[in-house]
Write a protein that binds this ligand. Sequence first.
Ligand code: GZL
Length: 379
Amino acid sequence: MPWQPACRIVWHISMSKISVMKINSKQITNILIAILCIVFLTACGTPGSSETSQDSSSADGATSDASDQDLIVVGFSQVGAESDWRKENTQSMIKAFSAERGYDLILEDAQQKQSNQITAIRTFIQRDVDYIVLAPVTEEGWDTVLGEAKDAGIPVIIVDRKVATEDEDLFTCWIGSDFELEGKKVCTWLTDFCTKKGIAPDSLNIVDIQGTIGSSAQIGRTKGLVDAAAKNGWNIAGMASGEYTQAKGREVTAGFLGRFPEINVVYCENDNEAFGAIEAIEAAGKKAGSDIAKGEIMVLSFDGVSQEAIEDAREGKISCIGECNPLHGPRVEKIIKNLRQGVQPDKYIYVEEEVFSADQSITAVEVEGNGYPVTIIGQ
Ligand code: GZL
């Protein structure tokens, strides 16, 4: 095993000293140097024992070892911590896969980089975990590493966003939201709102602050808007990624407001982008609200996870939020429990979600023959 350089240099110094030692005061100095070197070598520890680089840790802070026979070892590759939704999702997983509940959760935060997720999955394979849970940052590029997990005989559960693959045997199942339906619900709400308020559809000038490009949530929510705009005759002035963050959401919205003064709807693909959009609207001396006829700029959003988002909706700064539920921990844990009892899950499992708004004129939206309640956020 290669020794660490500092230790190696110190070792050579001490060895060269010991070979010329005679009994006199000089020797005492040498002996002291040799003793110090040995103490220093011991302090170096066993080389190569440091934790992996990607912020890997047992999520509940316990010092765990995958070989612990009592706990079910679950490796979870999480996208990052880009939004309130993501943080709630992580907490839900940590709570569901605690040591008290019989699990050793190894949580890897990928900082929104697919390369980090692929490295994490390979680490899970090396550690021979019992299950791998993947929240993929984007849909493409997973076949190779999922094939390695399959070859290692480790079941993989995909959560939240999807992976694009021809080979559905590469994962046990997927659980998450129908993102295109989320987009359709919010756009149906906008259609109904315009009808009730007498707003001409072709008077809408919309910008789309997209999510992480290539993620299922972005693909679905963007499609929901593009299809509704084509059907209703809305004008989409521009679209660009806000990367699901408040800072980028503010930056992109400010840019659009400067380029398109006629904007009257900002369609944000998550709440953190909406917070940034509201900041940009107010910085431009305008008001975020639903009274388009009076020059207000309507903000639409998705998630509905944080108190801030609900407050913004209550105050009318966000006119409508398409719910996106982050609490997948118990759902994934139930899938694993069922697998251990020989019960196979459906390949695709969709969670039920609603719509939130403070506007009391629309109490439900209908999409493709199905009715979805609108939760009216009280004053
Ligand atoms: C949706 C999820 C999205 C959220 C964002 O399930 O993938 O990613 O809408 C999050 O807030 O960053």
